[in-house]
Design a protein around this ligand. Structure first.
Ligand code: NAD
Length: 506
């Protein structure tokens, strides 16, 4: 299929269960073919953002009073709709964000899994606990309650699954939401909200506002938002936390960037190690938060590894996202491509030995897109900026190490701490890295990419503030309450506290 076959999406905001009339404030263009307009969208004004928050607020009491199981059942209907539309969603996503159709399909399936997980969780016990009291006649309950209104602000690179990681647990627990997708993927954001509406979620439980940072900031500044669930860059996450610092009662769950790595030990299975490195570096054109821009390789293996890695990188096909035979697609926009080229230049300045030169390419006949070929280089791990900062593109350093302690030092020498892979046959080494490296997600004999919704997804340092997404998000979107019930006929207090109303014998 060519990238140019579908008519543009006419974008609208969704507030209080109503689709507002369409406006054409900004266009979403396909990064594989900048001439292709995927859709035109309204930029929500601050007044519209406030209206969306107000509508979420007014829908909250009835939604939180709805049985948790009935709330979960709305997700069963949503799952059926996602199954019905999987192919169309994947095509729209491929056109809008440039990821290869095979990856887009996998992402829709990941979103579906989140929805299925939420549906199943409705009948499970993580809602609360019953625990003993010091007084035999008392039962003590720990019950989770929703906070209220949750703002969901998401990045372009997982425009379907990441919103569901946040909307799913938030809504299941009885919160209502205002969703702001990335300005680079408004069409897939709108499509997702259309499915929520079709699945019968009550008016006001899910609201949609569109726009860039300004719209996101208007949402964050609204004091009636109880929780902000944010996934995106560190810089924006920091800004959101700075604004929210004036509202100490607010929860901010921020999942941010990464500077991830694969550590290849000298006992590694060689082919597995090369494949793990290639997939980690170049899947999604290096634009995953967990993409590796460092492969830390034992010096005894380095020459052989560098040769095989460079040869494989040169063979990868970057091209039309709708052609499943391609390995990956373009960068998200021209600025993103320019940023990667700037980092390629910086690497050379910082002493890189270039193994594969990265440059602009135009693989789609008759179309101008934001494509780059992979850039691969070798460099010692001595604190160069390119070894410490997130690049977010097909740019990877092979860094040699001598001892396992060296590898840990190189891995940790960045302000991020998101994902790590270790390629080894030794359980002792695997454990050493597991204990000494700073990360949120670790993988052994695997690439450092990939997620499953029943696991927490998050990082440490500049990668995350301790509220992982997907299954982990329940902690951020609920607060725990203690509820103690006395089954006795008189009052007995813990700690031997006296209940006498008048003075008695000492
Ligand atoms: P981004 O930070 O530029 O934008 C993310 C979202 O924040 C967008 O919706 C954007 O409009 C909004 N935004 C921008 N300025 C804002 C402001 N001042 N106030 C409120 N909202 C604002 O990120 P991106 O380019 O869309 O995505 C790439 C980044 O996301 C990378 O750094 C990547 O590592 C990170 N990411 C992290 C994870 C994770 O789980 N840790 C997952 C995916 C992506």
């Amino acid at each position: 299929m060519s990238t140019n076959t579908l008519s543009p999406v006419s974008g609208r905001l969704f507030v209080g269960g109503e689709w507002l009339s369409a406006r054409e404030d900004f266009a979403s263009k396909s990064p594989a073919n900048l001439a292709e307009v995927v859709g035109t969208f309204p930029k929500a004004t601050p007044k519209e953002v406030d209206a969306a928050v107000a509508s979420a607020r007014s829908a909250f009491p009835a939604w939180r009073r709805t049985s948790r199981i009935l709330r979960a059942e709305c997700f069963d209907r949503l799952a059926q709709l996602i199954k019905r539309d999987t192919d169309a969603l994947a095509v729209l996503m491929a056109r809008e964000c440039g990821k290869n159709i095979t990856e887009c399909r996998a992402e829709v399936v990941e979103g579906l899994h989140m929805v299925q997980y939420v549906f199943g969780t409705g009948r499970q016990g993580i809602y609360g606990e019953v625990i003993a009291s010091e007084i035999a006649e008392k039962d003590a309950f720990v019950r989770r309650k929703p906070w209220g209104v949750v703002a969901v602000i998401t990045p372009w690179n997982f425009p379907f699954a990441v919103p569901l990681w946040m909307l799913g647990p938030s809504l299941l627990e009885g919160n209502t939401c205002v969703f702001k997708p990335s300005e680079d993927t408004p069409a897939i954001g709108q499509k997702l909200v259309e499915l929520f509406a079709e699945a019968g979620f009550p008016a006001g439980t899910v609201n949609l506002v569109q726009g860039a940072g300004e719209t996101g900031e208007a949402l964050v500044k609204n004091p009636d938002v109880n929780v902000v669930c944010f996934t995106g860059s560190y810089e924006v996450g920091k800004r959101i936390q700075e604004i929210s610092a004036s509202m100490p009662e607010r929860i901010v769950a921020a999942e941010m960037g990464g500077k991830n790595a694969v550590i290849v030990c000298e006992d590694a299975r060689f082919d597995l190690a090369v494949n793990a490195g290639i997939l980690s570096a170049f899947k999604t054109t290096g634009q995953r938060c967990v993409s590796a821009s460092r492969i830390i390789v034992h010096e005894a293996l380095m020459d052989r590894y560098a040769k095989a890695f460079a040869e494989t990188a040169k063979r990868l096909k970057f091209g039309d996202p709708l052609d499943a035979k391609n390995f990956a697609g373009p960068l998200i926009h021209e600025n993103a491509a320019k940023k990667v080229l700037d980092y390629n230049a910086l690497a050379k300045k910082e002493g890189a030995k270039v193994l594969v030169e990265g440059s602009e390419i135009q693989p789609v006949a008759g179309a101008k897109g934001c494509f780059l070929s992979p850039f691969v280089y070798q460099m010692d791990g001595k604190g160069a900026r390119v070894l410490r900062e997130e690049v977010f593109g097909p740019h990877v350093a092979l860094v040699p190490f001598k001892t396992d302690e060296d590898a840990v030092r190189i891995y940790n020498d960045t302000e991020y701490g998101l994902s790590l892979a270790v390629i080894t046959e030794s359980y002792r080494r695997m454990r050493f890295f597991r204990e000494e490296c700073e990360y949120g997600m670790g993988y052994v004999n695997l690439p450092c990419i990939g997620a499953e919704v029943h696991l927490p997804f998050g990082g440490v340092k500049k990668s995350g503030n301790g509220h992982p997404s997907a299954a982990g998000l329940i902690e951020a979107v609920t607060h725990k309450t203690a509820w103690t019930v006395n089954h006795g006929t008189d009052i007995k207090m813990a700690q031997g506290l006296t209940t006498a109303l008048e003075g008695g014998p000492a």
